[in-house]
Design a protein around this ligand. Structure first.
Ligand SMILES: Cc1ncc(COP(=O)(O)O)c(C=O)c1O
Length: 400
């Protein structure tokens, strides 16, 4: 019998981290590598938030806190939900964890029993299916291709629901596609959910503030108040506030669920970092004007990348509504061969050959459940993106 758990054997390590590791190895060996794999803004945490963290250290806010967050942060989170989403929550309905990832993990650990199914629209953030497996549940991926804008349709949702469905995980704007659901698209989905009262909604609103052009963000409990009693609305400060390393995520939902999630956290990590919690209070309560400034850079970069990738032979790159990813199709490259003789038969061979032959690191689509595609993170300097896209264009042009 294996020393390691049977559950763990069903889980794969994060492919996005694997790509970063391979790029780092090549860089260490002297290669000129451009990494477009990382899912984080290249901007520093704003000064007023950093100052709040420093102040927390200087004033001795360095001890254990309440397991799922200090009162000041919970009240800032309640105010945020009211301000941005029109949702009323009390502090007892709020939990704070070490990143959005831990919030989702706690919720799955707290609720899944063997046989429980979790509907996950694909392309999905890589961690969803594996977290469901770790928690003993069964992920049910629903493929949403480029033809439907990478978005779940009401018909596909209806078809995926069974008596065993416990959760729908819903992410808009999406990692890896940047696709966002309009209010009317979301209404179509919530109408289906209203017909299936045993299905709960775990909404991942991590990219709420990173939306562009005239796209308006909305979240399920806001669109359909009837879902409020069975919705866990999750969010975090990592992306919009440029705080990935601080590790603060949060959620609001029914009191019993929040208490169960607190129990999981109390027997695993206890409270999230006290200093980060105080910085997050400042992030949520303080000025937000830097977000619009950052978004102007993201739109410029998105447009640059979409335009250049659409000029690459064999690629089709839709324009995303938000986040900082594009998810081009490589359908027009499949079956071709690189100058070094590699047959491009999958998006994984495409991404590997692209890295080895041009030094551009992207994440292959199979990791996100929809192929043949790859994900580019454009949260990096314009010149770097221009150089990377030029290399991708040359790589595609050289395929035969
Ligand atoms: C869709 C989505 N949800 C959650 C997370 C996790 O965020 P955090 O860094 O706060 O754990 C990420 C991070 O990449 C993400 O892309």
């Amino acid at each position: 019998m294996s020393f390691l758990s049977a559950t763990l054997s069903r889980v794969k390590p994060s492919p996005t981290i694997a790509v970063s590791n391979k790029a780092a190895e090549m860089r260490a060996a002297g290669a000129d590598v451009i990494g477009l794999g990382a899912g984080e803004p290249d901007f520093d945490t704003p000064a007023h938030i950093r100052a709040a963290g420093i102040n927390a250290i200087e004033t001795g806010k360095t001890r254990y806190t309440a397991v799922d967050g200090i009162a000041e942060l919970k009240s800032a989170i309640c105010a945020k939900f009211k301000r941005d989403n029109g949702l009323d929550y009390t502090p007892a309905q709020v939990t704070v964890s070490s990143g959005g990832k831990q919030v989702l993990y706690n919720a799955l650990m707290a609720t899944l029993n063997p046989g429980d199914e979790v509907v996950i629209p694909a392309p999905y953030w890589v961690s969803y299916p594996d977290m469901v497996l770790l928690a003993g549940g069964t992920p049910v991926a629903v493929e949403c291709g480029i033809d439907v804008g990478f978005k779940l349709t009401p018909e596909a949702l209806e078809a995926a629901i069974t008596p065993k469905t416990k959760w729908l995980i819903f992410n808009s704007p999406s990692n890896p596609t940047g696709a966002g659901y309009t209010r009317s698209e979301l209404k179509g989905l919530t109408d289906v959910l209203m017909r299936h009262p045993h299905v709960w909604v775990m909404t991942d609103d991590m990219y709420e503030h990173l939306v562009y052009d005239d796209f308006t963000f909305c979240t399920p409990a806001e669109v359909q108040p009837g879902l409020y009693p069975r919705t866990l609305t999750t969010n975090g400060v990592s992306k919009a506030y440029c705080m990935t390393g601080w590790r603060i995520g949060y959620a609001a939902g029914p009191v019993e669920l929040i208490a169960a999630m607190r129990k999981v956290q109390s027997q695993s990590t206890s409270n999230p970092c006290s200093i980060s919690q105080w910085a997050a209070v400042e992030a949520l309560n303080g000025p937000h004007d830097f977000i619009a400034e950052n978004n102007a850079a993201f739109v410029r970069r998105r447009d640059l990348v979409v335009e250049m990738l659409n000029k690459a032979e064999g690629l089709t790159c839709p324009v995303p509504d938000g986040a900082f990813y594009v998810y081009p199709s490589i359908a027009g490259c499949i079956g071709k061969t690189t100058p070094k003789g590699t047959l491009i038969d999958t998006d994984e061979t495409f991404a590997t050959a692209l890295l080895e032959e041009t030094g551009v690191a992207v994440v292959f689509g199979a990791a996100f459940g929809v192929s043949p595609n790859f994900r580019v993170s454009y949260a990096t300097a314009d010149d770097t993106l221009r150089e990377a896209c030029t290399r991708i264009q040359h790589f595609c042009a050289a395929l035969q």
